[in-house]
Design a protein around this ligand. Structure first.
Ligand code: EPZ
Length: 430
């Protein structure tokens, strides 16, 4: 089983280039199915979730020509099957975006119900409410969602909860419904905007993405396009906090600073210097960090996907911090692992109370999920001594060459598959 082995203590210094946004790419790849003609998608992140979704698309007849690890040409002229295999949903929940795309184009979709995951139950009732409002019959039988519609018509849909997935999935189906759709209380994340822009580049008529009201006029067909994915704001924020936690100086390149405003604001609050450029942000942590309070909220609030990263950083900040997780019900699992590294943390419901300590000590920990796993890497980089991270497959879902990018910043980290390889790493470090 692959692990990361880390020798902590080095401040991260240098420049790192951010990959394309995983959560934009997942929606965009699914939406590409809706085109009558070949579609080219560039700046794809070369991560496990993207590769699995491309396999799922191939399994239903999409021709996928991976020109490079970061570019694919997708031809959906011969999609013969509208039934996605459970194997794919089990690996990535976001395969459920294929429902909105297949329903929009073929008026039919059969996709296994995604289970929960380590951070929460992850219901999809709002997705289904939206599809039904558009005129689809949606049944769940034996764990499979079967959606079909004689006529998909426009509707006025109000989302009870702000949901990225429901906003994207309903937007896709509505893009080829007959008539006008209004979706209210939408998610405003940059990746929602990116999927809307992608659909419009294929001839859709979507307005208002990025606000809480999206207006769609359905069209009959979507055509070819060439599109480049936006940078990943969560990968960028992860490196920004890695700079803060290790007291380093890192220039994060190929980003859209506007997407990072909530993250940059928190880094300034805890004592970092943050400098913005056109497509880069520099984080310098020359002074001892101090505590702050943070509550996760839908965009443009502080992102839930950045909660573990600030949590581990505050474990080393002077004073007591309060972190409130308002989006998911089980996103503090990493706190137990952090406590084993010497952090003073207490979790009460959806709130964590963190009393900063002088140092963390490296030890063997396990990645509970994607972002918590990345955060524990940050903790290992900041800790004294050696940290070993198990279950790094979670991290590989959403971070391209994470260890390589960290090494380029001076981190002493290596991906190993055996104790022998770990020994080689230790000998090399001396
Ligand atoms: C997306 O998940 C992201 N995943 C998540 O990132 C991210 O944490 C989340 O948005 C919030 O920003 C992808 O984009 C692939 P939601 P999603 O629907 O769409 C409730 C990562 O680390 N809800 O916005 O599943 C839900 O339970 C991942 O990259 C319903 O109640 O999140 C949650 O409390 C982790 N009913 C809240 O809404 C529904 O039908 C927000 O969830 C749908 C959601």
């Amino acid at each position: 089983m692959e692990q990361y082995i880390i020798r902590g203590g080095n401040p991260l210094v240098g420049e790192v280039e951010i990959s394309g946004a995983k959560n934009a790419a997942l929606g965009i790849l699914a939406a590409a199915i809706m085109s009558e003609e070949p579609v080219t998608v560039d700046n794809l992140p070369n991560v496990r979730d993207i590769n699995v979704l491309l396999e799922a698309m191939e399994s239903i007849g999409v021709r996928v020509d991976r020109k490079t690890p970061h570019m694919a040409v997708l031809d959906s002229a011969n999609v013969g099957d509208i039934c996605v295999d459970y194997e794919y949903i089990k690996k990535i929940r976001a395969s459920y975006y294929l429902i909105g795309a297949l329903l929009g184009k073929y008026r039919m979709a059969k996709v296994p119900l995604p289970g929960g995951c380590n951070i929460g139950a992850r219901p999809i009732d709002l997705h289904i409410k939206g599809f039904r409002a558009l005129g689809a019959e949606v049944d769940i039988r034996n764990g499979v969602i079967i959606a079909r519609a004689e006529h998909l018509h426009g509707s006025h849909i109000y989302l009870d909860t702000v949901s990225v997935g429901a906003t994207i999935n309903i937007m896709m189906a509505a893009a080829m419904a007959e008539g006008r759709t209004i979706i209210e209380n939408c998610a405003r994340e940059p990746h929602v905007v990116d999927v809307a822009n992608f659909l419009n580049s294929m001839g859709a008529n979507i307005k208002g993405a990025g606000t809480d009201v999206i207006r769609i006029r359905g069209v009959q067909r979507l055509h070819r396009t060439e599109y480049s994915i936006i940078p990943d704001q969560i990968e960028a924020g992860t490196f920004m906090f890695a700079a803060a936690a290790t007291r380093g100086d890192v220039m994060v390149k190929h980003v859209i600073p506007k997407h990072l405003e909530a993250t940059s604001a928190k880094l300034l609050e805890i004592g970092c210097e943050v400098e913005e450029f056109d497509d880069a942000v520099r984080v310098v942590a020359s002074r001892k960090l101090h505590s702050t309070n943070v509550k996760t909220l839908p965009y443009p609030g502080y992102p839930t996907d950045m909660q573990p990263q600030i949590g581990v950083t505050l474990a080393l900040a002077k004073g007591t911090s309060i972190v409130t997780e308002s989006i998911f019900e089980n996103r503090f699992k990493y706190m137990d692992e952090l406590a084993r590294m010497g952090a003073q943390v207490r979790v009460e419901g959806n709130t964590a109370i963190i009393s900063g300590v002088e140092k963390l000590s490296g030890c063997r920990v396990s990645a509970p999920d994607l972002r918590a796993g990345a955060a524990l890497v940050i903790a290992g980089l900041a800790a004294e001594g050696e940290t070993i991270i198990d279950d790094i497959i979670y991290i590989q879902r959403g971070y391209e060459d994470f260890e390589g990018k960290l090494r380029s910043l001076g981190a002493e980290i290596c991906k190993v598959e055996s104790e022998r390889e770990a020994q080689k790493f230790r000998l090399k470090l001396g």
